[in-house]
Ligand binder design. Structure first.
Ligand code: GDP
Ligand code: IMO
Ligand code: MG
Length: 423
């Protein structure tokens, strides 16, 4: 059976954690393929709330295998903290989580480099989560990185020290004070904990599952517009967040990709720097932030908010080959009298429906206005009970993007999910 993919179509925080948790009941295997503890995936069920950073969102489902793929970068300290919280809640993490030997390790000094280089950028900073993601992927592509599989080798300590020394040399260029041994002891302790997990050859493991007709769901982190190659560079993360990243991050061929579900919010948010054409720096934006509780699940930072951007959404659907859409958080718009969607960008005198190359291009969004539904959607469980104005909004997006919306999420809880045309 081919590997299905669920990923974000915007700038992250679309609600991937919630949806993967919902879908996980139909999948014996959930696999994260990129990113690391910069992600914060929230899940809510039976009056409990959890935020996962490195761990796939199928971990609460009995009998579900959760794979941390080769494309993921792991901070052992954060991973252990995450696991301990789950163990306290009764989740048998060591039975449910498998880790690729090829996943790269975030060293304490990677986090220091992240902080030093962001500080040096000043006004032009990326707004990184400062989890050491960029420096770790730099070492990976620079062929200096250390992988999970290396932790059981004899020369591990030596390799650690060589890389740490390189980092100290690199840090000399910055006017940044730090303790080179910061978190080192806890980091090594956490590695001992990781050794208690099953470490796998992810590519063989997943291809066998595919061959044995097991259903695998690949879970993306971040969002398509933060992709290192196709996002709003340089205001991006350092991994491939799009469908192609699932092939690389799990070790599967493109022909083994099955359905691709693209998740988007009924409006937009972004955290960190970079272009956001439909951003609202006014009371409406503040309202969206308040009603949608738009504060980072990893950093607690207030998220920037704005109207839905169809130009960006179509771009993301194209990049991913999304064959169905999942719309989140429309309930946040319940009280709005008028709702807007950007259909085009005006750049100078030109009207376009393409995302420009230049991240600093002066974009004026061209909006279409919709009458709000002015009803509480959070308790609706059947498609036929959804108000006319809301369905109007849904149908317009489907028609413009050319892809059906298969799932509508109307609240953070597992139960607040409408799966359309469910057989
Ligand atoms: P992720 O990174 O894509 O998993 O998303 P986050 O967890 O960072 O952010 C999504 C936030 O929206 C979380 O606080 C969720 O609990 C919440 N959420 C998810 N779906 C819905 C929804 O349909 N309605 C509302 N109101 N909140 C939602
Ligand atoms: P999830 O999986 C939203 C953003 C950061 C910053 C840029 C680079 O929860 O959707 P990095 O830490 O990777 O160096 O940050 O990317 N960013 C996210 N924004 N959701 C995320 O993950 C993000 N992960 C990184 O805010 O702008
Ligand atoms: Mg998040």
């Amino acid at each position: 059976m081919k590997v299905d993919v669920v990923l974000g179509l915007q700038w992250g925080d679309e609600g991937k954690g919630k949806i993967v948790d919902v879908l996980a009941k139909n999948y014996p295997v959930i696999a994260r393929f990129q990113g690391g503890p910069n992600a914060g995936h929230s899940l809510q069920f039976e009056d409990q709330k959890f935020v996962l950073h490195t761990i796939p969102s199928g971990v609460f489902r009995k009998n579900t295998q959760n794979i941390i793929g080769s494309g993921v970068v792991i901070d052992p300290i954060i991973f252990r903290q995450e696991c301990k919280k789950l163990e306290d809640a009764g989740v048998p993490v060591k039975e449910r989580i498998l880790i690729s030997k090829k996943a790269h390790l975030i060293l304490p000094t990677h986090r220091i480099i992240d902080a030093a280089s962001e500080q040096a950028k000043g006004e032009s900073k990326i707004g990184s989560t400062l989890k050491g993601i960029g420096p770790t992927y730099m070492d990976k592509t620079g062929r200096n990185g250390i992988r999970i599989g290396d932790i059981v080798t004899d020369n591990f300590l030596q390799r650690y020290n060589i890389l740490k020394e390189k980092h100290i040399m690199f840090l000399k260029q910055f006017d940044f004070s730090y303790d080179p041994n910061q978190n080192q002891e806890e980091w090594f302790d956490s590695l001992e904990y990781i050794k208690e997990f099953k470490l796998i050859d992810c590519e063989y493991h997943i291809n066998k599952l595919v061959h044995d007709n097991k259903r695998v769901l690949a879970e993306g982190a971040q969002g398509s517009l933060l992709d290192i190659d196709y996002g709003s560079y340089p205001f991006v993360t350092s991994s491939n967040t799009i469908t192609a990243g699932a092939c690389i991050g799990l070790g599967i061929a493109p022909k083994q990709i099955g359905s691709v579900s693209g998740i988007f919010k009924a409006y937009c948010t972004r955290v960190g720097s970079g272009p956001f054409p439909t951003e609202l720096n006014d009371d409406t934006g503040e309202n969206l932030r308040k009603l949608g509780s738009e504060f980072g699940a990893t950093t607690g930072r207030p998220r920037r908010t704005g109207w839905l951007d169809l130009v960006a959404l179509k771009y993301a659907v194209m990049l991913n080959g999304a064959d169905n859409l999942i719309m989140m958080k429309a309930d946040v718009l319940d009280s709005f009298t008028t709702i807007k969607i950007a259909t085009h960008y005006k750049i100078g005198e030109t009207i376009t429906d393409s995302v420009p190359f230049d991240p600093f291009a002066k974009i004026e969004p061209v909006y279409k206005e919709f009458k709000g539904w002015k009803k509480d959607l959070t308790k609706i469980t059947k498609e036929q009970d959804l108000p006319f104005e809301f369905m109007n909004y849904v149908r317009f997006i489907e028609k413009e993007v050319g892809v059906p919306i298969k799932i509508i999420s109307l609240g953070p809880d597992r139960s607040q999910t409408i799966i359309r045309n469910e057989e």
